[in-house]
Write a protein that binds this ligand. Structure first.
Ligand SMILES: [Zn+2]
Length: 217
């Protein structure tokens, strides 16, 4: 979008690009700092309602923490997120058997959506950007199957029927649902969002749901 390009231009003029890690090189994250990033590549099974979730980075690494903050909070730097993508793609390539399984079983990438207000404020959905980068790298299909209707409410003290209604009131399903889905998000905190999204997809007919997140906060 031209407005984002204009914003980048103004920001780069006011604040010349310097490496987020060492502040020495005129790059968003210099190669030296990228090389120092340790990937976690941690696969967990049966977490929440998801069969498997991989966490790519260790949130305790200062550079990763800084990078996540830079696209989560104003001025929402999309380029920092994009500069991490070769690393998270490389990380997943370390699990070739899993990748083969996901490709063979036609898993579809579904990003966790943002509310309309948040999307307007940030200008991009970080989960969607991650999903697009992964889709391009692994030739996986990508589909925006979820739409966020309202912020995630608490699920405690609700009956099963109420929970179902609650889930349906957070995410709306868009179009046909694929049986095998990989949910994508940037940061997993309480797990409530992934849980709600997975449940909405299961109710709509999904059979297997996995997840890929950049970090666990
Ligand atoms: Zn650096």
């Amino acid at each position: 979008m031209w407005i984002n390009k204009l914003k980048d231009l103004i920001l780069n003029t006011l604040f010349p690009v310097e490496c987020l890690g060492c502040r020495q090189h005129e790059e968003i994250i210099c190669q030296k700092c990228l090389d120092k990033i340790i990937v976690l590549n941690k696969w967990e099974t049966n977490l929440y309602s998801l069969e498997r979730i991989v966490t790519i980075f260790d949130y305790q690494q200062p550079l990763i923490k800084k990078a996540i903050k830079s696209f989560k909070y104003s001025p929402y730097n999309l380029n920092i997120l994009k500069s991490l993508s070769p690393i998270f793609i490389k990380c997943l390539k370390q699990s070739p058997l899993i990748l083969k399984f996901l490709t063979k079983n036609r898993f579809i990438l579904v990003p966790i959506p943002l509310s309309k207000q948040k999307l307007a404020k940030r200008g991009f959905n970080q989960a969607e950007v991650i999903a697009q980068e992964l889709a391009a790298a692994f030739n996986w299909p990508f589909k925006k199957s979820l739409k966020k209707i309202k912020n995630t409410p608490s699920q405690t003290n609700l009956s099963r029927e109420q929970r179902k209604l609650n889930v349906q009131s957070v995410f709306k399903i868009q179009g046909e649902i694929a049986p095998n889905i990989i949910l994508i998000d940037d940061i997993l905190t309480t797990g409530a969002t992934l849980e709600q999204a997975a449940k909405a997809l299961y109710y709509a007919g999904a059979k297997k749901i996995w997840g890929i997140v950049l970090v666990k906060g």
